[in-house]
Design a binder for this molecule. Structure first.
Ligand SMILES: [Zn+2]
Length: 160
């Protein structure tokens, strides 16, 4: 379709010209990202995509992102946030890490990298460096290693 085909014909409307606002740069980037991942840009995906993918490398929980969405006046249910996070994960935009067996963190960096989990503070952060793998085990017969998750659990030192 060429650009001419999308031009709205003028002259049949006496009202003021209505010009659709140009989506801002962040929205454009989000549209591109969703399109590349094969996801339709629904309202909720765009709202959450902007919170997730325009702010650098992030680790979020569904609950935390839900609160952010509410603060940004995007009134989405927690279930919608959770479903959207799972769709983003399946599309390869996020990587899911279960830190304590109950709560999942969603990481905008989908590469393999180790994490610190701060127990009691409910935070997942990247391990910058200082962790080296020298050898991986052989996979079981008929299997291959699909991924490797390393979470180093931290707790506050007790005052002595
Ligand atoms: Zn990470």
């Amino acid at each position: 379709m060429d650009m001419q085909a999308t031009t709205i014909p003028a002259g049949d409307d006496s009202g003021p010209d209505v010009v659709a606002p140009e989506p801002d740069e962040g929205v454009q980037r989000c549209l591109q990202l969703l399109g590349d991942a094969g996801l339709r840009p629904t309202r909720q995906r765009l709202a959450l995509g902007q919170l997730l993918f325009l702010r650098g490398h992030r680790h979020v929980t569904a609950e935390g992102l839900h609160e952010e969405a509410m603060a940004a006046n995007a009134y989405l249910s927690l279930a919608t946030v959770y479903n959207t996070l799972n769709q983003f994960t399946e599309a390869g935009l996020l990587r899911r890490t279960a830190a304590d067996g109950i709560k999942s963190f969603f990481d905008t960096d989908t590469s393999v990298h180790p994490h610190f989990y701060l127990e009691g503070e409910d935070l997942l952060v990247d391990v910058a460096d200082g962790l080296t793998f020298t050898k991986l085990p052989e996979a079981l017969p008929g299997h291959e290693i699909a991924r490797l998750d390393v979470i180093v659990h931290l707790r506050r030192k007790r005052a002595t």
